[in-house]
Design a protein around this ligand. Sequence first.
Ligand code: NAP
Length: 431
Amino acid sequence: MNIVLIGMRGSGKTAVGKILAQRLGRELIEMDELIVQKAGKSIPEIVAQHGWEKFRDLEAEITAGVTKRDNTVIATGGGVVVSSPNITKLKQNGLVVWLTASVDTLLNRIGDDESRPLLKGKTRREDIEITLAERQPLYQKAADITIDTEGKTPEAVAETIAKTEICCIIGDPVEHSLSPSIHNAAYKALGLNYTYITLHTSDIEQAIANIRTNGLRGASVTTPHKVSVLKYLDQIDPTAQKIGAVNTIVNDNGVLTGYNTDGIGALKALEEATDLDGKKVVLIGAGGAALAIAAALKKKKVNLVILNRTGAKAKELATKVGAENAASLDKISLVAEADILINATTVGMTPKTAETPVPQEFLHPRLTVFDIVYNPKETRLLQEARESGGNIVYGYKMLLHQAAAQFQLFTGHPAPLKVIESTLIKALGGG
Ligand code: NAP
């Protein structure tokens, strides 16, 4: 993984980059230098003779080349963020660090460099002010870490970057994951020098090698890698071993341990709403989530019935976890005798929000209904359970508690639950 420094001219990308590269034993790549080499001209000459468009074309070519490299420090040109394809490429295998400074400081650091063409303004100050205002949202969007360099030496900034603990989510696809927002909000709330980035890859072996070589602190693992990842880890915790799937990796000085926090998350969500001791639980579903939940439930004194569209899979899961009973959905009327109902199927999920896995006639006021589908927040099943006088548990609560358990494994600190919850609710569309 590369470390990519972005920011305005004068923000310290080169000075910090040199120190950081030396400290980490990496090569420093200065993108503007490569552009000058490729064109055989200085930047003012390129712009004067061919315009900024030609400069940006050269920058795109150089970006494509440097993003194929690994384990480097890349000092970008100030305008690299103007092109979103460039940023997408740099982020694919890069931690993007935005160095900020005030206009006065930028001006001070640049000095009277008459050779650099003005981009927008009539004076150097005006030029910086207008350019900064335009680029600020782009820098912000691109950045995994933001460091205010004001009043700091390049050595101090480089040290902060070198000491940042990095966690990530590995998956394919992964762009729509809520985990980066959740974890980064929690790090910020506790003032931890941690960042959480996205690692979109279909190659789990390469992703694990990346964690090892770059000393990443931890990772969340999502579809399709939760099972295939096991063979690349050094240790598997007993819960994840029993489930046969890992959703969390912790790197302790090079030793990678796999955990599964899905079951813990579901259990915590349920226990906030009801006691489990001696309860009759109907769990619908026999996929990955159902397996994690069933294994967690069987650590409690519950009577567990597993129902699934494919009855044979329900029976297989029941045998694996030691559930009391299993059947196909023909036996859905068993819900009428249950204390707790858990939907761990995809039924009711956006866009098919009119669907429900249980006819309303079987819902009743003594029933606690937990629908692990979290999009939409209030599924048809939960609406009908509420109408029937029952207690309801939202699916996002499982997400909240599984993320909190991951946070604690990564940082050693209890998670700020309220911060994670409000971030989640906002990301899921409020309400
Ligand atoms: P999965 O492994 O693909 O399992 C899907 C399950 O849904 C299977 O039991 C499948 O039954 C059943 N199913 C699919 N379509 C159905 C239909 N039309 N009628 C009846 N049953 C149907 O998926 P998963 O990873 O377990 O995830 C299941 C759901 O949980 C998803 O909606 C996911 O978003 C959600 N989830 C939520 C959280 C959370 O934190 N809240 C965490 C993980 C997952 P068959 O075996 O018959 O195919």
